[in-house]
Write a protein that binds this ligand. Structure first.
Ligand SMILES: *Cc1c(COP(=O)(O)O)cnc(C)c1O
Length: 227
């Protein structure tokens, strides 16, 4: 596993790169939140980031987050947990209990399940709609042409407030076109939150208006396959 010193150094580097990209885009660096993606990273790999002041973390799997974060949350004030992986409707209850922000709302059945759990629990995680900007069949997300109708359905049928949009561009495409498309859709709907940009491309995403960048391997090192 990656050593604590390296995690801290990587984190400092990513923060500096975020600040540079924000300044290049004439934006306040504080308008860009770093979501440190800690999927597959055990608690001892995450603690150095917490010690270095990182408070916002992203996880892909509800079960993994549930196993790691209740204990880690006891160790530091102000942890904010983001779900960035696909969410099954039957995990909506656990997701609403555990996460502060859910980036992957992408279908009516999930909107219905989340609305039910919000009602039941009184907890209101911030909700982002994932947009499948590359229209890849294997990826989650609403097709760009269906976003307007889906946002209306979330609001009118399910009473949900959507705060913004998220995308994962196709690996083989230059990402900027996808970031630009996501930003344009968000602008059209006056949505303030834009979750876009990962280790390979977060400076470009910031240039195009990202408010949240999701950075994993640049902080925690290359991931091993889940064993
Ligand atoms: C894993 C993951 C990330 C982080 O990816 P890196 O390339 O390691 O920075 C960001 N967003 C999503 C949705 C992910 O699944």
């Amino acid at each position: 596993m990656i050593d604590p010193q390296t995690v801290m150094a990587n984190l400092a580097e990513v923060r500096a790169a975020i600040a540079r990209a924000a300044e290049d885009g004439e934006r306040d660096p504080r308008s860009v939140a770093l979501v440190a993606v800690s999927k597959t990273i055990p608690p001892e790999g995450i603690r150095p980031a917490i010690a270095a002041g990182q408070r916002v973390f992203g996880e892909n799997y509800v079960q993994e987050a549930k196993a790691k974060w209740p204990a880690l949350r006891e160790e530091a004030e102000g942890i904010e947990l983001h779900l960035i992986g696909p969410l099954q409707s039957n995990k909506a209850r656990e997701a609403v209990e555990l996460f502060d922000v859910i980036h992957t709302l992408d279908r009516p059945s999930l909107a219905a399940a989340l609305a039910r759990e919000v009602q039941r629990s009184g907890r209101h995680p911030i909700l982002l709609v994932q947009v499948n900007t590359g229209e890849e069949p294997q990826k989650g997300g609403v097709a760009p042409g269906a976003v307007d109708a889906f946002l209306a359905e979330c609001r009118e049928t399910h009473g949900l407030t959507v705060a913004g949009l998220m995308c994962i561009p196709p690996a083989e495409d230059p990402p900027s076109a996808h970031f630009g498309l996501l930003a344009a859709i968000a602008r059209r709907h006056a949505l303030p939150v834009l979750s876009m940009g990962m280790s390979a491309d977060y400076p470009a995403a910031i240039q195009m208006g990202a408010t949240h960048v999701r950075v994993g391997s640049a902080i925690f090192g290359a991931r091993r396959p889940k064993g």
